[in-house]
Design a binder for this molecule. Sequence first.
Ligand code: ATP
Length: 283
Amino acid sequence: MIIEAHDLTYAYGDLLAVDHISFSVEKGEILGFLGPNGAGKSTTVKMLTGQLAPLEGTAIVLGKDVSTHAKQVHERIGVCFEEKNLYPRMTVRENLSFFAALFDRAVDIDSLLEKVNLEKWADDHAETLSKGMQQRLMFARSLINDPDVLFLDEPTSGLDPISADQIRRMILEEKKKGKTIFLTTHNMMEADALSDRVGFINEGRIVALDTPQNLKLQYGVRSLKVKQRSGEGFTEETLPLDETSTPGRMQELLERGDVATIHTQEASLEEVFIKLTGRKLVQ
Ligand code: ATP
């Protein structure tokens, strides 16, 4: 396993933000951590990357305890956080070369800029970039040491759809190269599209962890959406697949001869999340 969380726990004063969570991520896997604001996602990432020392439990990355081997772990991980921590008055290139100097290895800044499509803005100050470009710069920065593991905390939060898509494509490219990725998000479409497995986090606890498909099959209601011609227009009826009355009703509709289309419909991760927690992902 590349990432292991054993009973990780953290409290801010009396507030238990992360409550004894355990999971692991294997090589080349994207684990999506999906939960609403305040669920404990960022606190978990901070413990996994050594920015916060767990109150209880252990974070192990690449076989090393993050609390006791922070330096070795930092050499081999990349971190991209939601809070902007770029140097606004430095140029794009300077931001990267400044960060590259922290690592004991040669870095090809030009090819990194090319990878995130920022080569044309290399000499612009970071503060003049759009939010999407800044996020791409943050992403480039997280790749500077060619890390084996990437921790991405809400990497597309607040971005326009095109910028968010660009970031998602970049994440998938890194996965193709065999990198292991821990990704937090409150966007269920993103978690569904990118993750091999998704962990649902709510009030500091993992309430479910499985492949998106299994979560939807296990907790969701599969149904058929039947559109029928009705006068000049259409009416629509939803028939839950697992209900005993569905085959009879289906036959009735087909015999009547006014069925226009039939679609299968599976539950979304959002619906599954609501079913498990009673809460929406986005409040
Ligand atoms: P968000 O997407 O809003 O960042 P999150 O799932 O990442 O949500 P955390 O940031 O880990 O959640 O926060 C978990 C809980 O801990 C929340 O109730 C939050 O208000 C609280 N919290 C986070 N940081 C601090 C802090 N520095 N001091 C006090 N409480 C904090």
